[in-house]
Every structure is written in structure tokens, then in C-alpha cells.
Design a protein around this ligand. Structure first.
Ligand code: UAG
Ligand code: ATP
Ligand code: API
Ligand code: MG
Length: 485
């Protein structure tokens, strides 16, 4: 493809316009012969300072947001991240026919996993893409980011379409939306789950974080398309007004929902019976998942399937067979009938919800093991400490990816919050996560419930710049085995 086509520009110098482009990237280290190099002004550096490196590796042109003296011909664009995404969409042109994006602070991974299962049950060739990687009918491939960078994303879309995938459910992280990673993706509909504190290490404040999420609805979705909104979210009214202003069709779901109304939810053991109303008809669902939050996620997924064209009866029938996403309230074993769950709650609202979900299951004590990640929002640490001390009877504070920070200092911030909470919870600090899990498993008695929170599906513990293999589920299983259970 030549440069004029790649950038959709008919005003380039003719000599430059005709240059054949062999590939594109925003990382000089990934440049190969004949590549276009997109120079992004980032947080740590400016791509323009890597032009010499890009040229040495074979780049033939630079695309940037400002003119600069540099070693290669330069094309100026108003928004280089958007230009990269749209160019990637042209370079890798195939996309699944139906692509749905899901945003919200919590529940994205669960919703896309549910939607993939609903679509598969309807006979569609379906895939999901997000925090746990790419999952399709042939298996799973782990990726590093929730929403991949635009070049990788468009390669994935092209590849999935080439392999016959017609339906894709993808997670849209606020960073991904903000950094234009989804620009150029041909969306059919989008979903919104909820909004609470997260990523305040990246967004300046909650308003900026909210605005980043809203870009999916006020910019990326086109007028006339559908937004599925969890009507029970605190911010549902604000989201709906953003959608209305864009001319989107609003499909609201939940107890306050109109398109799918949740009339009753009866939790029992690890499942929930639901009475639903949709399009004037009544439906009963036996959702094989515990927790009001999983019901909310399942309804957003059902709404998206209906918004993308499937008939409600088949969609609701599929909810009877949903499996949870890996590491999301996943049962990892039991001791004397006391269940041990692994969950990905690593933010205050999620921790609060998971403890509230498990509380009714605990005839005895509710025990939690958790920590907070290093190099991430410090403000959430005391909040999570307080939530754990209020919501559980026994709290093991341990390490969770300390990264470049001093682990003891992170634990101290959590402990300060935990100890400030009025309550009778036992608070125990154990640095080593495997020891903490082992001690918690050893403490379990019949009637208790244990949740190991924060790492979910993760397979490593990041300490400094090293990643040590670590899987909460395996550690729980080993502890149960070693303790002869
Ligand atoms: C914090 C963050 O959002 N970082 C993203 C951002 O990087 P940056 O602005 O810091 O880039 P920079 O280091 O200043 O460099 C500027 C530019 O120079 C380039 N460069 C740099 C060095 C070099 O030798 N040559 C070169 O060309 C870089 O590739 C970049 O394009 O822009 C880069 C290019 O688009 C992204 O790859 C990078 O994501 C990094 C990999 C990342 O870890 N992001 C995480 C935090 C993330 O996005 N997470 C979300 C949310 C997860 C969730 O909610 O679960 C996700 O979607 O996964
Ligand atoms: N609808 C919800 N409301 C509140 N908490 C939820 C909801 N859904 C999931 N959670 C909690 O958040 C955790 C993460 O869920 P999930 O992975 O589905 O969300 P996510 O939005 O993809 O999160 P992340 O941005 O961390 O990838 C779960 O393990 C659970 O503790
Ligand atoms: N995508 C999130 C996941 C955090 C999970 C938790 N285990 C941690 O490391 O803080 C992040 O990187 O902030
Ligand atoms: Mg996710």
C-alpha cells in the first residue's frame, strides 16, 4: 500500500505519496525495512526523538503531530495516535462483521466472556478480546494489554476475520479509548457497566476518567447505533444523556432497565434465578453464577447480543449455561465444605462487591487475602484496607505485584486503612503471598468462606522488574493438598 492510501491523503508531495509502505509502528524498536514510523508524544518521551533509530532500522517516512527537523520525510497530522489507528485499519482491512465494545470500571472481562458464549450458543463463530487475551472456539492466546495498541489490534481483527470469526466482543479500557486505540474499529454497538475509582494514576481525576470512557459513546459509536447501559449504575443517567446527545439508541438493562427489566433475582448457593421482561415477554433464567454483579454483567451481555441482532429467547436460554471468566469468583477448592474463591477484585468497589456477594454464603467467618499493586493509584490502598476490615472477619494483607515500590510500604498503607475501620476483623500482615494463602487455608473451618482477591487469572508476581511465576489458583490448590485436604 502506498503512503497516500495508508494516510487517506491526496495532498502529499507526489514523490512521497507513491512510496510503498511495508508496515507501520509507533515503536522505533519494531521498525523494519520500508516502514512508516508514527512519532507519538508520550508520557515518558517523544517519538520524534527516536527518528534516527527508526531510520537506521529502515523507516522511510515519519508521521507526527508537529513539524520538526528530522532525518526522514515528515507528514504532519492533527492527531498522530488517531492517524496511526486509522492507518492500521487500512493496512489490515478485514474486521469481523459484528464488533461490540464494552467499557466500565468493572465487569468488562466478564461481559465479553459472556457475550462470546451467548453468540457461540447461537451458532456464530465468536471471539472475545481483553484482559485475559483472545479467546475463540479454538482456544485462548494471552496478550499484555486489555485493549491492544492499534497496530496489534488491527492485525488481530484482520486475522480473526480471516479465520472466519464473524462476532467479536472486545474490552475498551479507558486508556485504550483515550489513546485512540479503538479509532478505526467498525463497531456495531457498545456496552457500559459501571463507574468507580480506578486508574487515578493515569487520569487526573474522576471527571477526566469518566470523559475518557464517554468517548466510546460520544465519538466512536455512530448516531443510530445502540448503547447498552446498566441502568442500575450510579452514573446511568449521565451515560444515557451522553448517548442521547449523540443520537444513539439506548438499550437499558437491570432492575431499573427498560429494554431488559430485571423483575426478581433469587440467589441460591452459587447460582441465581432471574425473572426478566423483554419486549413485552417474560423470561426465566437459571444463571449458574453467584453475585448481583454477575447478574448485572450477564444482562449487559444479553443486551449486546440482542442489540447486535439475535432474538431474545435464544439469548436468555444461553444465560442458563454461562461460565464465569477465569479468575472471576472462581471456585478453587474447599476445606471441610468451606469454599475458597479466587477473584480479580483489585479496586475498592470490586472488593466491596465481592465481600458483599460472599457474606451470605458464610455461615461462619468470611476471610480475605489481598494486597495492592505497586506503581498504581496509592489512594486506593487505605480504602481497600477499610473495606476489607469492614466486610470480612479475618483479613490477610499481603503483596500483589509490588513492582518498583517497597512492598512493606504498600502493606503499611493498606493496614492503616484496615486498622482505622471500626470493627472486629482480625488483621494479619504476611508479606509472602503464598504464605498468606497457606495460612488462610489453614485457618478455614466448616462454614467459613475464603476469597483470595486481586490477581484473578494472573500468572506472575511482579517484583522490581522481574516476574516470578505465581498463580493464586494453583497456590490455593497446593495449600489444600499439602494440608492433606
Ligand atoms: C501508561 C501508558 O498508557 N502507556 C502507553 C503510552 O506510552 P507512553 O506515552 O508512556 O510512551 P513513551 O514511553 O513516552 O514513548 C513515546 C513513544 O515513543 C516510542 N518509543 C519509545 C522508546 C524507543 O526506544 N523507541 C520509541 O519509538 C514509544 O513506542 C511511544 O510510541 O503509549 C504507548 C504507545 O501507544 C503504549 O504502548 C503505552 O502502553 C503501555 C505499554 C502500558 O503498559 N499501558 C497500560 C498501563 C495500559 O494501557 N493499560 C490499559 C488498562 C488496563 C485495565 O484497565 O485493565 C489496557 O488497556 O491494558
Ligand atoms: N458489574 C460489576 N460491578 C462491580 N464489581 C464487579 C462487576 N463485575 C466484576 N466485578 C468485580 O471486578 C473484578 C474484575 O471483573 P472483570 O475482570 O470482569 O472486570 P474488568 O472491567 O475487565 O476489570 P479490569 O479493568 O481490571 O480488567 C471481578 O473479579 C469482581 O470482583
Ligand atoms: N490492569 C490492572 C490490573 C491490576 C491487577 C493487580 N494485580 C495489580 O497488579 O495491581 C493494572 O495493571 O493496574
Ligand atoms: Mg478486564
Amino acid at each position: 500500500m502506498n503512503l497516500a492510501k495508508l494516510l487517506a491523503r491526496d495532498d502529499l508531495d507526489p514523490a512521497l505519496a507513491g512510496v510503498e509502505i511495508a508496515g507501520l509502528t509507533a515503536d522505533s524498536r519494531a521498525v523494519a525495512d520500508g516502514f512508516a514510523f508514527f512519532a507519538i508524544p508520550g508520557h515518558a518521551g517523544d517519538g520524534l526523538s527516536y527518528v534516527t533509530d527508526a531510520k537506521a532500522r529502515g523507516a522511510v517516512v515519519v508521521i507526527a503531530q508537529r513539524a520538526a527537523d528530522c532525518a526522514l520525510p515528515l507528514v504532519v497530522v492533527p492527531d498522530v495516535r488517531a492517524a496511526l489507528a486509522h492507518a492500521a485499519a487500512r493496512f489490515y482491512p478485514r474486521q469481523p462483521q459484528t464488533i461490540v465494545a464494552v467499557t466500565g470500571t468493572s465487569g468488562k472481562t466478564s461481559v465479553v466472556a459472556f457475550l462470546r458464549q451467548i453468540w457461540a450458543a447461537a451458532g456464530h463463530e465468536a471471539a472475545s478480546l481483553g484482559t485475559v487475551g483472545i479467546v475463540d472456539s479454538k482456544g485462548a492466546h494471552y496478550g499484555a494489554l486489555t485493549t491492544p495498541g492499534p497496530v496489534e489490534l488491527h492485525k488481530i481483527l484482520d486475522d480473526l476475520a480471516g479465520r472466519g470469526v464473524t462476532h467479536l466482543a472486545m474490552e475498551a479500557s479507558s486508556l485504550g479509548i483515550d489513546q485512540r486505540r479503538l479509532d478505526g474499529v467498525r463497531l456495531t454497538a457498545a456496552g457500559f457497566t459501571n463507574f468507580s475509582r480506578d486508574h487515578l494514576d493515569h487520569h487526573r481525576d474522576m471527571e477526566e476518567y469518566f470523559a475518557a470512557k464517554m468517548r466510546l459513546f460520544d465519538t466512536l459509536l455512530q448516531p443510530g447505533q445502540t448503547a447498552v447501559v446498566d441502568a442500575d449504575s450510579d452514573v446511568a443517567a449521565r451515560v444515557s444523556s451522553v448517548c442521547a446527545a449523540r443520537g444513539l439508541t439506548i438499550f437499558s438493562v437491570g432492575a431499573k432497565g427498560q429494554a431488559i427489566a430485571l423483575k426478581a433475582a433469587r440467589p441460591h448457593a452459587l447460582a441465581t434465578s432471574l425473572d426478566l421482561a423483554c419486549g413485552g415477554a417474560a423470561f426465566n433464567v437459571e444463571l449458574p453464577l453467584a453475585g448481583a454483579f454477575q447478574t448485572a454483567n450477564a444482562l449487559v451481555a444479553a443486551g449486546l447480543a440482542i442489540a447486535a441482532g439475535d432474538a431474545p429467547a435464544g439469548v436468555f436460554a444461553a444465560l442458563d449455561h454461562l461460565a464465569g471468566a477465569p479468575g472471576r469468583l472462581e471456585l478453587a477448592g474447599a476445606r471441610d465444605g468451606a469454599p475458597v474463591f479466587v477473584d480479580y477484585a483489585h479496586k475498592p468497589d470490586a472488593l466491596e462487591k465481592i465481600l458483599a456477594t460472599l457474606r451470605p454464603l458464610a455461615k461462619g467467618r468470611l476471610i480475605v487475602v489481598f494486597g495492592c499493586g505497586g506503581d498504581r493509584d496509592k489512594g486506593k490502598r487505605p480504602l481497600m484496607g477499610e473495606i476489607a476490615a469492614r466486610g470480612a472477619d479475618m483479613v490477610f494483607v499481603t503483596d500483589d505485584n509490588p513492582r518498583s515500590e517497597e512492598p512493606a510500604a504498600i502493606r503499611a498503607e493498606i493496614l492503616a486503612g484496615a486498622r482505622s475501620a471500626a470493627g472486629a476483623a482480625d488483621i494479619i500482615e504476611i508479606a509472602d503471598r503464598a504464605d498468606a494463602i497457606g495460612r488462610a487455608v489453614a485457618a478455614l473451618r466448616a462454614g467459613d468462606v475464603l476469597v483470595v482477591a486481586g490477581k484473578g487469572h494472573e500468572t506472575g508476581q511482579i517484583v522490581g522488574d522481574r516476574i516470578f511465576p505465581f498463580c493464586d489458583r494453583e497456590v490455593v490448590e497446593n495449600a489444600l493438598r499439602e494440608q492433606g485436604l
